[in-house]
Design a protein around this ligand. Sequence first.
Ligand code: NZQ
Ligand code: ZN
Length: 390
Amino acid sequence: MNNFIYNIPTKILFGQGQVRNLGKELLPYGNKVLFLYGKNSIKRSGLYDEVVKTLSENGISFVELSGVDPNPRIETVKRGADLCKEHGLEIVLAVGGGSTIDCAKGIALQAKYDGDVWKDFYEDQKYENLKDSLHVASVLTLAATGSEMNGNSVISKLDTNQKLAIGSDKLRPVVSVLDPTYTFTVSKYQTAAGTVDIMSHIFEQYFSPDKGAYLQSRMMESLLKTVIHFGPKAYENPEDYEARANLMWASSLGLNGLLSCGKKNTDWATHMIEHELSAKYDITHGVGLGILTPYWMEYVLSPENVHRFVDYGKAVWKIPGTDSMDIARKSIEMTREFFINLGIPERLREIDIDDSKFEEMAEGATCRGPLGIMKKLEKKDVLEILKMAL
Ligand code: NZQ
Ligand code: ZN
């Protein structure tokens, strides 16, 4: 196991009714808030009113910005930052899914930065310039990205077809409310996409040829089994509290940094390829991942890394036998079937994606160098995976 520093400072308020404690938890960070949300889901569920209530009860004033898109746009980041500067706001409170929380992080950064965050951070990754930001807090309404507990922000720029990520501990939310009842209204489609996204984050950290960090691998298998157990339950019965609660906590644990502590390296190739799909076609992140993942697994599987698939197949899917390649292939098939049973398409053409932008996407995914660690993927490899997934 490699050395690591573990410091995840986000205070989590988990469970039904926790939103009523939000106001007082924000007070140490300020009393002027940008209240950021997406389209209508928080008004329909009544969460909007509850947030207003807890802010008002604690003397916290707020300015609203709504309409954050799935695959949030840089224009919204700029608009939010302007509002923060104009009104002297101190905290960006995101109420919604990963898109809203990611957008809040971009706003928090831009509000305290004189340059252009898109150019300097999302494009050029000049983290040495990241000195200050507003505080970010969140009320999570969709279990998927882990953004409620991590420092990542993924933002899109439609005119150039780019979707780029940044990550910094300085952007982790200071407080996040995780009330599973707010996810009761998540559609089947988004529940499936979220379930795939949680699993994919774990895969990206689990699948490396590295044999160290035994404990982290066992934690990841437990999380995968949990998500495989509860994902279909939430899909079938949206108001199953236990299922929603387990998915919600799995989403946070899946990508808050805990699982990769002590791991020599992690993969992230599937995510980089999916971000190209979302950038060019504005598709749902988890759906893109669900299509790509089994093909990525098939492409990277080799005698050198088969032991990881054997661990996965035996621990997560209980596949019997002794032939390593056979267990590995079955584990990939089980993964594919699981996604299909959640209504995830099997091929890109099912979501109207053809091969016309494959070259461009393969180029975009590898423009900062080869992807991944299970197998180093050059542009030609990414092209091959896209063709397999067509
Ligand atoms: O806009 P509203 O009305 O809120 O509707 C949203 C949106 O249409 C809806 N929704 C959210 N909560 C709901 C609900 N509908 C009914 N009831 C609720 N309780 O769901 C739709 C999708 O929301 P979105 O926030 O886009 O989903 P998700 O949480 O999956 O976030 C996806 C974004 O996060 C990025 C993705 O690339 C994508 O842009 N990611 C962020 C990561 C991170 N910060 O660490 C890592 C991920 O790998 C990912 O890349
Ligand atoms: Zn993801």
